[in-house]
Design a protein around this ligand. Structure first.
Ligand SMILES: Cc1cc2nc3c(=O)[nH]c(=O)nc-3n(C[C@H](O)[C@H](O)[C@H](O)COP(=O)(O)OP(=O)(O)OC[C@H]3O[C@@H](n4cnc5c(N)ncnc54)[C@H](O)[C@@H]3O)c2cc1C
Length: 396
């Protein structure tokens, strides 16, 4: 069994883990990324991500922004609720930013980050390395992984290990879920996603429409929109099975005609949604959770990756400021958690509050929501507050 000692080992080379690796590339530390996916195998993830303007600024600092080509800007966000008056419109021009956000496919972001890491040369990436075990010891973390290209069969055949002063778990929340169970809130909802085209798209305008069965978002992308349509799990499964004609008809009924007639829908996929929040305390010494492994949010406000990227940036600053022998110590990890507490809690509360407040058809609540949307639309300071939170988080 080969054993190597790194300063930082990042488990999961998804967008958040990869962003951390890039933020650390000039630190002089020994860094590795262990990613279960095989190298050069295109990600099949069909998600589109809405990145905030704040995330753009961070990706610029990581020298990745200019490498992203499939990006559509959002300059207006239109928020409404079904079967009720009251709506709010946020516009970049009123908020003193060139754009409110950007839409791009998850694989495009992941590929650009992976390419930047490969180009940097300072970070060692192990692809096809599925981590199977992680343990914190007094001065290090011990990580075991199974290379998927050994061709060996059997529980421990071909298993390898690396040691690190700090292991960062950025695997989306799978590895430690049993040992360090997160608090879970099941919204009973799935998100159906697909690309759609329509007869009257409004350039650079995103729509968020709240309905009793869950929120529906249209994110402007290329010749149409990326649709995120939430519904109870069973309904979402039925929606997957509809033929295109029925799908477009039901979407029209649900969303209305703000973008004209819906014309075509691409391949549909489904994601189960819920809130998962890992305990604040690190599970063991020399281990920290990052991105979706630390908190998985409902996509209603497009906050998950944006919050994870801020986590990655701040963790990198904490690591760079620390003396190498203090990496992963309780004091260092406490300082990081303290730094992130307000933004993390605010992101979780905001997203969770939106889902719970808007996903029902109680008449009193519906009237209150309509009044709140109207107030948001009429009060410039309220608009600025909400938009700033969405773009830069609570510490921004
Ligand atoms: C439908 C939907 C829409 C969304 N829309 C938005 C949006 O508009 N804006 C936004 O900000 N967020 C959005 N999100 C949330 C966003 O996708 C996540 O917050 C983001 O992907 C988290 O990144 P991550 O790197 O932490 O985890 P992941 O994206 O889950 O990546 C984890 C990585 O770890 C690897 N891995 C897993 N297990 C192991 C292991 N054992 N060993 C080694 N590697 C492993 C995986 O292969 C993967 O590469 C959305 C989510 C969904 C479901």
């Amino acid at each position: 069994m080969t054993e190597l000692l790194y300063d930082i080992a990042i488990i999961g080379g998804g967008p958040v883990g990869a962003a951390l690796a890039l933020a650390l590339r000039d630190s002089g530390l020994q860094i590795c990324v262990l990613e279960a996916r095989a190298e050069h195998v295109a990600s099949q993830d069909a998600r589109a991500l809405a990145l905030s303007y704040g995330s753009r600024l961070l990706l610029q600092r990581l020298n990745v922004w200019n490498e992203l080509h499939d990006v559509s800007p959002i300059r207006t966000i239109h928020i409404s609720q079904q079967k009720s008056f009251g709506r709010a419109v946020l516009q970049a021009a009123q908020l003193d930013v060139p754009e409110l956000g950007y839409v791009l496919p998850y694989p495009a972001l992941q590929d650009a980050l992976a390419l930047a890491i490969a180009g940097a040369g300072e970070v060692r990436t192990y692809y096809g390395a599925r981590v199977t075990e992680l343990r914190g010891e007094t001065d290090r973390a011990v990580i075991r992984y199974q290379p998927t290209d050994t061709g060996l069969i059997g529980a421990h055949d071909g298993e390898r290990s690396v040691h690190a002063r700090l292991a960062v778990v950025a695997d989306g929340g799978r590895l430690l879920a049993a040992l360090h169970p997160p608090e879970v809130r099941d919204y009973g909802q799935s998100a159906l996603i697909t690309h759609i085209t329509c007869s009257a798209p409004n350039a650079h305008t995103a729509y968020e429409r709240f309905t009793p069965q869950g929120p529906l978002a249209l994110l402007p992308f290329k010749d149409g929109y990326e649709l995120v349509w939430t519904a109870p799990h069973q309904t979402a499964q039925e929606m997957l099975a509809w033929d295109d004609a029925r799908f477009l008809r039901e979407l029209q009924r649900h969303f209305g005609d703000r973008v004209g007639e819906f014309l075509s829908a691409g391949k549909r996929s489904c994601f189960a949604l819920g809130l998962k929040r890992a305990p604040q305390q690190s599970p063991q010494p020399h281990i920290v959770l990052l991105g979706n492994a630390a908190q998985t949010l409902h996509p209603v406000a497009g906050q998950g990756f944006n919050l994870g990227l801020r986590d990655a940036w701040e963790l990198a600053q904490e690591i760079i400021a620390a003396a190498p022998q203090t990496l992963g110590t309780p004091a260092m990890l406490d300082a990081y958690r303290k730094q992130r507490r307000t933004d993390r809690e605010a992101g979780i509360r905001f997203t969770d509050g939106l889902v719970r407040l808007f996903s029902n058809d109680m008449p009193l609540l519906s009237a209150g929501r309509a009044a709140a949307l109207t107030a948001l639309d009429c009060l410039p300071f309220a608009k600025k507050f909400v938009a700033k939170r969405m773009m830069f988080g609570a510490n921004g």
